[in-house]
Design a protein around this ligand. Sequence first.
Ligand code: NAI
Ligand code: MG
Length: 371
Amino acid sequence: MTETIRRLVLLGGDGIGPEVIAETRRVIDWFARHRGLAVAVSEAPFGLEAWRRHGKILPEATMAEIMAADAVLFGARGGPGYEAIPPAEVKAGSLLRLRRTLDVFANFRPLFAIPALFGASSLKDRVLEGVDLVIVRELTGGIYFGEPRGIERLPDGTRVGVNTHRYTSAEIRRVAGAAFDLARRRRRRVCSVDKSNVMEAGALWREEVTALHREAFSEVELSHMLADNCAMQLVRAPGQFDVILTDNLFGDLLSDCGAMIMGSLGMLPSASLGAADAAGRRRALYEPVHGSAPDIAGQGIANPLGAILSFAMALRLTFERPAEAKLLEDAVAAALASGVRTADIMEAGARRVTTAEMGSAVLASLSRLLT
Ligand code: NAI
Ligand code: MG
C-alpha cells in the first residue's frame, strides 16, 4: 500500500504556544525520520505576531493553508496585547471563530493518570489509580455562540449582559453520536452531563441523547449526571467514568477541573473533529487544553507535553498510525519516569528541566524505546 502525503499545519499562536509547538515539531520530525511518517508539515502565522506583521490576526494565507490541510496543530491564543486591536478584528481572528469555521464540533479531552505524576497531583494516589476517561465536549454551539448576545443599556441607565444557551436536536445528536462511537471502542460506558433540572436546553439534551442511544447505540451503557455533581465526582472518584459527554460550557469547566488527574493543565491534550466526508476524512484541530500562560511566556519553562500528546492524538485519529501514537505516549511516560519535570509538575527529588530539555527527554525516550 502506498501512503499519500498528508498535510499538517502548525500554528504556534501566542504566549507559550510557539514554545510548546517548537518542541512538538522536533517530535514530528523524529517520526518522519525514524518511522516513515509521510506528512508535509508547514508553519503559519496566527495571533499577535500575525497582527504585527500582516495586519490580521488570522491572515487569509493562513486560513487557506488550514482549509487545505488534513490536520491543524495549534498552540494557544490570547493574552496581553489584544486590547490595542480593534474588537471586530479580535473577533474575526478568534479561536472560537476558527473552530466554528472548521465545524469541529466534537472535542475529545482524554484524562489519564500517569503514575510518575501522582505526586504532582492534588488528588490522592488511591483516587488516581487506573483513571482513564475522555471528556467529549460539544465545541461549536451553546452559550459561547448563542444569539442574542451583548451588553446593553437599560432605560434606568444600568446595563445588562446577555448570552443565550441554545442547542438544536441536530447539534446534540451529532456530538452524542461521536461520544457513543468512541465508547464502543473503549469500555462502552457514556455518562451524559447536563443541567436538565433547571435548563430547557439541558432537558432537550437529555431527551435527545436518550433517544439516540435507544435508536442506535444500545450496546453502550448510558447514564446521566447533573453537571454540578459531575464536578464533585471528578475529584471524588474519577475512576467511575469512561466517556463523559457534555456541552460546550460544562466541558470547558469540567476538563480544567479534571486536569488534576494528570497533575497539571500543561499535560492535557485535545482533538476536535468535524463530520466525516464521503472518503471518511474529518477536519481536525489538535491543541493542548491550556492557554497562552502569559505569566510564564518567554521564559522557556512551559510544559510541552500537552502539545506533544496532542500530536499523539493526531497520529491516531488523522494519520492512522496507532502504533506510533502508542509509542509517543509511552515515550512521554518514560521521560517522566526518568525523573525530569518542568516547573508546573516539579516535586522533591525530581530534576527540573526547561521546555526544550523536556522535548529532548521525549526524543531520547523515543530512540530508546525503538531499539
Ligand atoms: P492558561 O491555561 O494560559 O494558564 C493557567 C495557569 O496554568 C497559569 O498559571 C499558567 O502558567 C499555567 N500553565 C498553563 N499551561 C502551562 C504549561 N504548558 N506549562 C506550565 N504551566 C502552564 O489560562 P489563563 O491564564 O486563564 O489564560 C491566559 C490566556 O490564554 C487568556 O488570554 C485566555 O483567553 C487564553 N486561553 C487560550 C486558550 C486557547 O488558546 N486554547 C485556552 C485557555 C485560555
Ligand atoms: Mg478552558
